[in-house]
Write a protein that binds this ligand. Structure first.
Ligand SMILES: [Zn+2]
Length: 154
């Protein structure tokens, strides 16, 4: 990708004018990028994906988060299916258990990143896709207001 003159760019968070941004697609100065990445990594490590089912071409995960208000810190499920050369991903989130749109903020300094909690979850899902060899994916994200479970035998 050609490097365009970026002298008129400024950091999207602190407004610092920077001539050289670390990466072409990033509009943050190195300092804000660093802080954002560490907040992102920290949130990724708080979101637990627990594999509950493993099939040949499909895996099912429970999503848990320490801030979830639901029973056993449960706050959703992720289904990853291998489909041809790519992946089909369904993410079902319990809307009332956790605010997935909440911005990532450093409690000590008040620094707020451009990323939210859902971005961090998608970061974790990306790692799973990578562990299956990577490829194109299609992802649906559902916010559920009510969850009803049933079981039986036919
Ligand atoms: Zn900055």
């Amino acid at each position: 990708m050609p490097i365009s003159p970026s002298s008129e760019h400024e950091c999207a968070l602190c407004g610092e004018p920077e001539v050289a941004f670390p990466a072409e697609e990033v509009n943050l100065c190195p300092k804000c990028l660093d802080k954002s990445e560490s907040l992102f990594d920290e949130e990724m490590s708080r979101i637990e994906l627990i594999r509950t089912l493993r099939g040949r071409d499909v895996e099912l995960y429970d999503v848990k988060h320490p801030d979830s208000s639901a029973d056993k810190k449960h706050c959703g499920q992720v289904i990853i299916m291998k489909a041809g050369q790519g992946f089909e991903v369904k993410i079902c989130l319990r809307a009332d258990a956790l605010d997935w749109n909440s911005q990532l903020v450093d409690a000590d300094t008040g620094f707020a990143s451009l990323d939210n909690r859902l971005d961090a979850l998608i970061g974790n899902v990306s790692l799973l896709i990578e562990s299956w060899g990577g490829g194109p994916y299609y992802m649906d994200i559902f916010y559920l207001n009510k969850m009803v479970s049933t079981e039986g035998e036919i």
